[in-house]
Write a protein that binds this ligand. Structure first.
Ligand code: DPM
Length: 321
């Protein structure tokens, strides 16, 4: 096999244009430049469908690569060499010819409560009856409804900054955002309460970055693998196998929590009905070398505990809408 001399080549990175996407992509670029000072990296920005459609609830548009498709076309047409995503936005099944080449070290995967100034002395359980919480995540909605029936929920779309502006303008009493996004944007001071996993399990892949590249592009793979964190990778592969087995995307309230203790992976997963009235949750543990199998096994356990019915109900509801 003739190998291309990678140092002769400029590597092009595809990214969305949002501030968070750019922060993430430039972080990857900077890290790779320090590993490979001889290589030139260039960023190419693109808008995705998810950036353009801002007036429709996330769950209604579906989840077939809403935030990733245009970046994938860029790679398949050799316009770019790899793309940086929030791993939680990357579907569990990728288009033919592409692969998940690297999972970076995860930061705090929890969700955060961000409140309007007038509620600065309150927490989720002490917010006044009927307080309006902004989120378009069915996962957050179902779990919070389950624990806090006194709250109301309203859709909120747009990037993190747009959401914060809507909150500050008084459209909501509070909103829920990922801790990771707020930290990366340098606005962790907006985190009012970190939501414990006992209340709300995070999304699959939350807090990690996923780097997608062409299948079999060994030169590019070698480069991006430099940023892989094996512990995050095993946890996220298990989480993604769990989600794939449940055929869930962002249309279904599914949450997870994973930990690695020595060589053991401890995995909690849950499936809830949209109104939060039914919530099925269980924990499995086993060797981290079987990460994906553990994810599948947990999914099947939840199915046997009744998740199947919940999912069927939700899919029927989506069909009707
Ligand atoms: C996905 C969801 C959301 C994003 C659904 C979910 C949140 C949507 C909402 C799949 N993608 O979490 O249940 O709250 O209305 C997104 C964010 C980040 C990546 C923003 C956020 C940053 C955090 C990270 C949007 N994707 O969740 O606050 O890297 O994990």
């Amino acid at each position: 096999m003739t190998s291309v001399d990678i140092s002769q080549r400029t590597i092009r990175i595809g990214s969305r244009k949002s501030q968070l996407a750019l922060v993430q992509t430039y972080w990857v670029k900077k890290e790779l430049e320090s590993h490979f000072p001889e290589i030139d990296f260039e960023v190419e920005t693109m808008s995705t469908q998810g950036d353009k459609i801002l007036d429709v609830a996330l769950a209604k548009i579906g989840d077939k690569g809403l935030f990733t498709k245009e970046l994938e076309v860029g790679m398949l047409s050799n316009q770019t060499d790899f793309a940086v995503h929030s791993l939680k936005d990357l579907p569990t099944n990728l288009p033919e010819g592409l692969m998940l080449g690297c999972v970076t070290k995860r930061v705090d995967p929890a969700d955060a409560l961000v409140v309007h100034e007038k509620h600065k002395d309150r927490q989720l359980h002490t917010l006044p009856d009927g307080s309006v919480i902004g989120t378009s995540s069915l996962r957050r909605l179902a779990q919070l409804r389950h624990h806090f029936p006194h709250l109301q929920f309203k859709d909120v779309r747009g990037n993190v900054n747009t959401r914060l502006a809507k909150l500050d303008a008084g459209e909501y009493d509070a909103i829920i955002l990922a801790v990771a996004g707020l930290q990366r944007l340098g606005i962790s001071d907006r985190i009012h309460q970190t939501i414990a996993p006992e209340i709300s399990l995070h999304a699959v892949g939350q807090g990690a970055l996923g780097i997608e590249c062409r299948e079999g592009d060994t030169e590019i793979l070698k480069v991006i693998k430099a940023l892989e964190d094996p512990e995050t990778r095993d946890r996220c592969y298990a989480e993604r196998a769990f989600l794939r087995e449940l055929e869930g995307g962002c249309q279904v309230p599914i949450g997870v929590n994973t930990k690695i203790d020595e060589d053991t992976l401890i995995f909690t997963g849950m499936v809830a009905s949209l109104d939060g009235s039914k919530l099925i949750k269980d924990t499995i543990s086993g060797s981290r070398t079987n990460a994906e199998q553990l994810g599948k096994d947990l999914a099947n356990r939840l199915r046997n505990m009744g998740a199947d019915e919940i999912l069927a109900e939700i899919f029927a509801q989506i069909e009707r809408s």
